[in-house]
Ligand binder design. Structure first.
Ligand SMILES: [Zn+2]
Length: 308
């Protein structure tokens, strides 16, 4: 067989904060590889997480990037676990501008060796796709029955999309990484050959170690796995950490409280302080700021808008 993961791609300098798509000539299987370092560091710089949460949140961050790349929409994809355990919320958001942000909420001490099940308790892993301009976001849910994020997502694709999918995820202090393989409906109707190809390609990928996922570039990794296959590297996507919170958005939230309640809060607390869960930015509104929020609200221009 022709070696199509060429030495040229292999020698390409290892670039992180990237997603690499790849395909196989003549085989209805698509693949993606993701590696995030800088954007992961941005998440960890903003909040200190217990080790067990850090691992899962990191895996979710790699997974969200992989999933976002499978949907071609303008908007955002949110991957979250909402549950009743000591870790009640873990959330990652990826936008079509390839920005990513993540955070987790928990109570009490979380042991390093706690299982995913004990950490989350009862709940669900939700995949929300919010297309810009559409009223109702799409939401897919999968129960927290499996012991890893990767296997939950494999179950989701099988149940909701009827697509065979294999996902490998890894996270450590420095980086998060993932590999994604999905069998697509074949056009050649040769189901037996397609099945054999799928099994071979996924078995080869299953030889990957977490260490390799976290330390090798896409070219080197895919060469190692698929040097006997016709594997072709497609486009590369850059990812960056970014948060969409702003002082204006916080002002909008204070506005929703109503003037009397907002002033009450300032009276009792001295100020209103709002922290963004994603980036940990703290916004402070004192009495003057709050008065401004509501005086801006009563300008004739805004009043005329609210009449419609
Ligand atoms: Zn923020």
């Amino acid at each position: 067989m022709i070696d199509t993961v060429t030495t040229e791609t292999e020698s390409t300098e290892f670039q992180t904060d990237n997603l690499q798509r790849f395909i196989f000539d003549g085989i209805p299987v698509r693949g993606e590889w993701i590696h995030l370092s800088k954007s992961w560091q941005e998440v960890l710089n903003r909040r200190q997480y217990p080790q067990a949460i850090q691992n899962i949140l990191g895996e979710m961050m790699a997974a969200a990037g992989l999933l976002a790349a499978t949907v071609k929409i303008k908007g955002r994809l949110v991957l979250q676990i909402k549950s009743d355990g000591p870790v009640n919320l873990m959330m990652v958001e990826c936008t079509s501008e390839n920005t990513v942000r993540a955070f987790a909420q928990w109570e009490g001490d979380i042991a390093d060796d706690i299982s995913l099940e004990a950490m989350t308790g009862k709940g669900a892993l939700a995949i929300t796709i919010d297309v810009e301009g559409s009223k109702q976001p799409y939401q897919g849910l999968v129960g927290l029955n499996d012991d890893s994020i990767a296997s939950m997502l494999e179950t989701y694709f099988k149940q909701s999309e009827q697509l065979e999918t294999r996902i490998w995820l890894a996270a450590n202090e420095q980086s998060v990484a993932g590999l994604f393989l999905q069998q697509l409906p074949g056009e050649n109707n040769n189901e037996e050959a397609n099945e054999e190809d799928w099994i071979r390609l996924s078995q080869l990928a299953a030889t990957i170690t977490n260490e390799e996922l976290l330390t090798l570039g896409a070219g080197t990794l895919l060469h190692r796995l698929y040097h006997e296959e016709h594997c072709r590297l497609l486009s590369l996507t850059d990812f960056n950490f970014a948060c969409s919170c702003s002082r204006e958005r916080v002002a909008d939230t204070i506005n929703l409280l109503g003037e009397a309640d907002a002033l009450d809060l300032v009276e009792t607390q001295g100020e209103i302080e709002v922290a963004c869960e994603f980036c940990n930015e703290h916004y402070h509104f004192d009495k003057v700021d709050v008065a401004q929020v509501f005086s801006a609200n009563s300008t004739p221009e805004l009043d005329s808008k609210t009449l419609h």
